[in-house]
Design a protein around this ligand. Structure first.
Ligand code: NI
Length: 227
């Protein structure tokens, strides 16, 4: 399931994040890639766990906390502190799958990456190329979103970033361990949640159909969630 979430960051938050990471040193992105992905990856990153990266990441984590779509689509249990990457002209990331297990910096805690997220920090007019292409059972999806928007997709997906031919593309990316690791179950819960929102809007919260559907949602989540 691919979900486009508009306006995850406000204009002020976007500016703040950009200002923090613009002042940072950028290193070769191969630092956080596994063996196979390292041979496919040609970009720049901020050092994982650096104070500036953590500060900018906290702004994003706070924004995620108030975002109902992210919480419904990802059902987050743990969110890895956001990382930041940059693709200048000629840079790209060939097809790969993200690593399954990540270490949360400074904690010794490992987490499973179930959901991948990319939050765009540059306007599409500022660069050419640089599409995030995600493959799923319905084919390839090319994603290029306004600054402040985010795409959420299963970490099991093959994906790539096409070469930049002009300008520079900045983004934040991070992984979520979901309470529901199976993408099919997570998709069903998300679709059900959207239907419930619509039913509640039309019928109100106290109609028996609304109450029954909300109960069903929670009982499915109780059955499937792993904490
Ligand atoms: Ni990736």
């Amino acid at each position: 399931m691919l979900v486009h979430i508009p306006n995850v960051l406000t204009a002020d938050e976007l500016r703040e994040v950009r200002t923090i990471i613009e002042a940072e040193a950028w290193i070769d992105g191969k630092a956080t890639a596994g063996d196979q992905a390292a041979t496919a990856k040609f970009n720049l990153q901020i050092t994982e766990g650096s104070p500036a990266g953590m500060k900018a990441g906290d702004i994003i984590l706070k924004a995620l906390g108030r975002n109902p779509t992210f919480n419904s689509a990802a059902l987050p249990f743990r969110v890895l502190p956001p990382l930041f990457n940059r693709y200048d002209a000629g840079m790209k990331f060939d097809s790969h799958v993200d690593g399954a297990i990540r270490m949360i910096p400074h904690t010794g805690i490992r987490m499973r990456a179930d959901v991948s997220s990319t939050l765009f920090l540059t306007e599409p007019s500022d660069y050419d190329g640089g599409e995030l292409v995600i493959d799923d059972s319905y084919g390839s999806h090319s994603v290029k979103l306004p600054a402040g928007d985010m795409v959420v997709y299963p970490a099991t997906s093959l994906h790539n970033v096409t070469p930049i031919t002009r300008g520079s593309r900045w983004s934040s990316f991070f992984w979520t361990q979901s309470m529901v690791k199976d993408d099919g179950k997570r998709t069903m819960l998300y679709d059900l949640d959207l239907a419930i929102i619509e039913v509640r809007r039309r019928l109100g919260d106290h109609e028996s159909a609304s109450v029954a559907l909300v109960s069903h949602y929670h009982n499915l989540l109780r059955r499937w969630a792993e904490l």
